[in-house]
Design a protein around this ligand. Structure first.
Ligand code: MSP
Length: 513
């Protein structure tokens, strides 16, 4: 049986249309899911929409629709994003689905039976935009002198009956979890933030609301709807088959790797493991918190008018170009800036010049000088062997990077080999060998084409369509495109006819400034 790998994106609030933040997390998950599938794993890749709560209810009201119809409509935009960006998610979950409602209510009952829930009154601050409760000392003041959440979101005072989860009792067990599993939260700087937050002591958490109705009813007390975060987090186990905990689905998939933005780390790394431990369910395998994008050096906001719309950047630069740029431009985990200049540079320099040109040059020479067939190499020189070995050795390095979500390093390593291949071609100058030493020319072209095969296999998770086009040009059959096919035994067969070559990474017109 193949090893299982389960990866999740946050589920996105349907109050807003998809933006770069949504596309980014899902892209990172898609790269990882594709990598693992190609590497022989059985993968469950989950994304979806978070549809309950006050924020969504308010957005529906403002749109003049009822919440259910509103959710149907906006949730569809996130499905469209997934297909436009070629995301390979296996499931798309919606929190309004029956299977999810059943799952959340089962988890609630379990927590109640375990004595982890009690009825009280919440008397404190709430930010609808963050769907989060805040203590007085967490608040700041905005320019107009109003109290605001640390995120800048407006807060309101709420006083209502509420069920609470005994989060305060979980402090030591959470700290022990972080200590026992140092890579439970990555990157380390985020882990340290969580440890310091939890070390400061935890308040019990309000987990139900009575001021509105758009939520999952609390079992046995339907005047309350569940706090949207207990509802939302549970999606990760619903999709794996909860509440059927002993079923094959749940036992084989759970636990998952959760990828999230840094702003929602506390919910995932503190509340969620506490709920799970309290319910006797395994905690996630890891929570990775990535950074935030700015746009042309400024915070992205609707009022500044610099929102990056996923479909617009794809139309402008091309899908694989955008996928590459987002994964390459910043170290996953850090904040980064998206700029037009940066994107054009990546597309023209890394893709058109380095990678695209390498493939184009070699495939064109083969078409012209080797009758459009895979060349027949003669004796290999040391530099030929070195080049090909360097390519084949890449996959192990990429495996190590992918397992710590170091996507940028994966691309850097791939581009190091692309650079080596370009230097090799320049030094061997096969175009000069045609008359003088045709056998040597075939050897050089063979080695480079074989390396391009390996590179195209390895770039598939990042750039599925362009890599497929390169593999088509090398006549690699569909069942020889996984990482098990990287090995020498699957090398290009001399004499195999190749289709007419065509460029894969066009140079973008326009300036780079
Ligand atoms: N519904 C919750 C998540 C529940 S998960 C159980 C939520 N939804 S959201 O729609 O607001 O999610 C937005 C996601 O996009 C978060 O991971 C957030 O970090 C990310 N981003 C929002 N703006 C971003 C940038 N400017 N840059 C990168 N990611 C950003 O939170």
């Amino acid at each position: 049986m193949r090893d299982k790998f389960y990866i999740t994106t946050p589920i996105y609030y349907v109050n807003d249309n998809p933006h770069i933040g949504h596309a980014y997390t899902t892209l990172a998950c898609d790269v990882m899911a594709r990598f693992k599938r190609l590497d022989g794993y059985d993968v469950l890749f989950l994304t979806g929409t978070d549809e309950h709560g006050q924020k969504v209810e308010k957005a529906a009201r403002e749109a003049g629709t009822d919440p259910a119809a509103f959710c149907d409509q906006v949730s569809e935009n996130f499905r469209t994003l997934a297909s436009e960006w070629n995301f390979s998610n296996d499931q798309f979950i919606r929190t309004t689905e029956q299977r999810h409602i059943r799952s959340v209510q089962a988890l609630w009952r379990r927590l109640e039976e375990a004595g982890e829930i009690y009825l009280g009154t919440y008397d404190g601050w709430y930010a609808i935009r963050d769907e989060a409760f805040y203590t007085e000392d967490e608040l700041g003041v905005d320019d107009a002198g109003r109290k605001v959440a640390p995120s800048g979101a407006p807060v309101e005072w709420v006083k209502e009956p509420s069920y609470f989860f005994r989060l305060s009792a979980w402090q030591d067990r959470l700290l022990k979890l972080y200590e026992d599993r140092p890579d439970f939260i990555l990157p380390e700087v985020r882990r340290n933030e969580v440890v310091s937050f939890v070390s400061g002591g935890l308040n019990d958490l309000s987990i139900s609301r009575t001021g509105f109705t758009w939520g999952i009813p609390v079992p046995g007390d339907p005047r309350h709807v569940m706090y949207v975060w207990i509802d939302a987090l549970t999606n990760y186990i619903t999709a794996a088959g909860y509440p059927d905990e002993t079923g094959e689905s749940f036992t084989s998939w759970w636990p998952a790797l959760h990828m999230v933005g840094k702003d929602i780390l506390r919910f995932h790394a503190v509340y969620w493991p506490a709920f799970l431990m309290a319910a006797g369910i395994d905690v996630p395998s890891r929570i990775f918190a990535h950074g935030w994008w700015t746009s042309e050096g400024r915070k992205i906001s609707k009022s500044l008018g610099n929102v990056i719309v996923p479909s617009e950047i794809v139309a402008r630069y091309g899908l694989d170009q955008v996928r590459y740029t987002l994964m390459r431009e910043v170290n996953f985990g850090n904040d980064g800036d998206f700029s037009h200049r940066g994107a054009v540079l990546r597309c023209n320099h890394d893709l058109a010049n380095d990678y695209g040109n390498l493939a184009q040059r070699v495939l064109k020479m083969i078409a012209r000088n080797c009758e459009g067939k895979v060349p027949s190499p003669g004796t290999f020189h040391e530099q030929d062997r070195e080049l090909v070995v360097q390519g084949r050795g890449l996959v192990d390095r990429l495996r190590q990077h992918v397992d710590v979500q170091a996507f940028q390093l994966m691309l850097r390593d791939i581009w190091d080999v692309i650079g080596a291949a370009n230097r090799y071609i320049d030094a061997e100058a096969p175009w000069k060998l045609k008359a003088a030493d045709p056998q040597r020319m075939e050897t050089v072209l063979y080695c480079t084409a074989e390396l391009i095969r390996v590179l195209a296999l390895l770039t598939q998770p990042f750039m599925p369509q362009s890599s497929a086009r390169l593999l088509d040009q090398l006549a690699i059959p569909g069942d020889r495109r996984d990482f098990a096919s990287i090995g020498e035994e699957h090398r290009l067969r001399p004499g195999c006819p190749l289709p007419e070559p065509e460029g894969v990474f066009p140079r973008l017109a326009g300036n780079e400034s």
